[in-house]
Design a protein around this ligand. Structure first.
Ligand SMILES: [Zn+2]
Length: 134
């Protein structure tokens, strides 16, 4: 999983650059594009449109909720590249054309860039959200 590791480091780097300068440099964007390919632009758009929410509960557990382009929300777990969207199944798992779909990428990038909305729910509600995943 070398690419995944490189991707994670790159996301962290992009996040710290964004936090210090307020933007992503051309160089960082080129690197992100090389690693994430066609997931990158849609992911940046999701972040731009503030579609990434971190749903937290009092127990300290949390998940990302990313509203897709059609408005359907996808739940992404921290530390996992799994997503319920069709692109995950076909592009990431079957064809291996990308290492993560735009939702997971948007969630991770937005998190490092501090561009997530935070929503608090009860522990039970969070369990419901996770149990509602495929
Ligand atoms: Zn997805």
């Amino acid at each position: 999983m070398q690419w995944m590791q490189a991707g994670t480091e790159l996301i962290r780097e992009a996040g710290s650059q964004y936090l210090s300068s307020g933007e992503l440099s051309h160089d960082v964007l080129c690197c992100l594009n090389a690693v994430f390919g066609k997931s990158l632009m849609p992911a940046l758009q999701l972040i731009d449109e503030k579609k990434v929410t971190r749903v937290t509960s009092p127990s300290g557990r949390w998940v990302f909720r990313v509203s897709g382009s059609s408005g359907v929300p996808y739940i992404c777990l921290p530390g996992s590249a799994y997503c319920q969207c069709p692109a995950y199944k076909y592009t990431v798992v079957l064809k291996r054309e990308a290492i993560m779909c735009k939702h997971v990428l948007a969630a991770r990038l937005a998190s490092e860039m501090n561009e997530v909305e935070v929503k608090e729910v009860s522990d039970l509600d969070l369990v419901d959200i996770i149990a509602g995943m495929d």
